[in-house]
Design a protein around this ligand. Sequence first.
Ligand code: HEC
Length: 126
Amino acid sequence: MKMIRIAVMSMVAVGLLFSFAAAKKHLPEERGKTLFNDTKFAGGSKACNDCHQNGKGLEKAADKKEFNIMGKAQKSLEEAVNFCIVNANKGKAIDVKSDQMKDMVAYIKSMKAATTGKPGKKAPGY
Ligand code: HEC
């Protein structure tokens, strides 16, 4: 009886360990990056990365409250993402509360983390 209990407990422990490892590999920003590079994302025909190579032009997006893309104003990062989905990727806007949007936003925010701490380095095109 005791052996079985030990076996079950260790199986649970191993299972937990694996699910933690898996969760770590699939951070929101990593999922967002996959979407960012996906030419079929949101039903579009382009990848975000085609225009924003490695996040080009998005370094400051995380801190912005207002956006202006192609002469149109957007009031949030989510709106800006949807604007590009529709007008640049030629896809369909996604729900601003969806997991995909959260992942995409997490990825865009992670771009900022990658570029801060380097004073004097300005994003090109601004
Ligand atoms: C056809 C090219 C193109 C594609 C594809 C594209 N974008 Fe853009 N995006 C632009 C342009 C142009 C701007 C305006 C940037 C500027 O003013 O320099 C922009 C601006 C943005 C901004 C606002 C940046 C800021 O700080 O103002 C965000 C956020 C953004 N894009 C996200 C995305 C995402 C997410 C995707 C994929 C769903 C995407 N874009 C796909 C061309 C594109």
